[in-house]
Design a protein around this ligand. Structure first.
Ligand code: CP
Length: 332
């Protein structure tokens, strides 16, 4: 049997053990937020991601499961990891990829996101992956044009970044085996972080105990009502934690008066080797990227192969996005 067929039949065998999740994915047209996913759907993504990670590690030719499909990457905000990994994921499954060049498009002449998406739909695009600074923009597209296209949210404002949360959960599961009862500390600017929001929803669904720590000005009110443990000091969040995820400090927040000074922030919230002594002995450190080296994390910790999962997160990003495309687009 050709390699591609062997892989596809292995994937279908795997999904036959996750029938509830498979059925939910077959009924789903879009991935907009981790909040919407059932545990059965998450299990499907995790199982397929492991297979796709193995497939990628073998440097084999692309699969042909999405041959004839076209996926458009439409990024109104800059990206290194997310845009590249969506492209690699789509190509690894045999899809054609259009990397829409927002800066040189008619967006500069006032074309709306709806008109851009409608225009691409007229060119028989199957799936549009969008990143935009406006929270809810991908939901709006899905509501209006959802019958024409599949939509995948690659980050909308402060709201959601579901594939980041899925790749983070997969990276944690590789280390911990299960997230039930695991203590996960998320440190930094929670208010403006779509990564934090999507992780909070997903990690709690998987049974983790989520703690956040950061300055009062960067933690939104009401998180405790969602079952999140809120700390304004680093120590209680990090103490006995299994995973510490630190977030990029958006430096413009200082100009907005939300931070006393970068120096003060580093003193109180920067993750370094010393603060890990409070955590569990096998603790791992994560960061969604891009990094401000030396601000939210010391450079030597970010690069420490025994403690940092940062490169693993990036690697897993391709496999998790392959799983999402496979579940949304294959067989539809
Ligand atoms: N984690 C993340 O979204 O990184 P990029 O902005 O580089 O895509």
């Amino acid at each position: 049997m050709p390699q591609s067929n062997q892989t596809t039949s292995r994937l279908e065998d795997l999904l036959s053990k996750h029938l509830d999740g498979r059925k939910c994915w077959q009924a789903r047209r879009h991935l907009l937020d981790s909040k919407d996913l059932t545990n059965a759907e998450i299990d499907c993504v995790m199982a397929l991601t492991a297979e796709f990670k193995t497939f990628r590690s073998k440097h084999l030719p692309p699969l042909d499961v999405l041959t004839g499909k076209t996926i458009a990457n439409v990024f109104y905000e800059n990206s290194t990891r997310t845009r590249s990994s969506f492209e690699l994921a789509a190509k690894s499954l045999g899809s054609t990829v259009l990397n829409f060049d927002v800066a040189n498009s008619s967006v500069s002449k006032g074309e709306t996101i709806l008109d851009t998406a409608r225009t691409l739909a007229s060119m028989d695009i199957d799936c549009l992956v969008q990143r935009h600074s406006s929270s809810g923009s991908c939901h709006q597209l899905a509501q209006t044009l959802g019958d024409l296209l599949h939509f995948v949210n690659a980050g909308d404002g402060w709201n959601a970044h579901p594939t980041q949360a899925l790749l983070d959960a997969f990276s944690m599961l590789e280390v911990l085996g299960s997230l039930k009862g695991a203590k996960i500390a998320i440190v930094g600017d929670i208010t403006h972080s779509r990564v934090a929001r999507s992780n909070i929803w997903l990690l709690q669904k998987l049974g983790a105990e989520v703690h956040v720590a950061g300055p009062t000005t960067l933690i939104p009110a009401g998180l405790d009502k969602l079952g999140v443990h809120v700390h304004y000091d680093l120590e209680p969040a990090v103490k006995n934690s299994d995973i510490i995820m630190t977030l990029r400090l958006q430096l413009e927040r200082q100009k907005q008066g939300l931070l006393p000074s970068i120096g003060e922030y580093k003193k109180l919230y920067r993750i370094d080797h010393k603060c890990l002594s409070l955590a569990k002995p096998k603790v791992k450190v994560m960061h969604p990227g891009p990094l401000n080296r030396g601000i939210e994390i010391t450079s030597d910790l970010a690069d420490d192969p025994n403690l940092s999962l940062i490169e693993t997160q990036v690697k897993n990003g391709v496999a998790v996005r392959m799983a999402v495309f496979y579940l949304l687009l294959s067989g539809n």
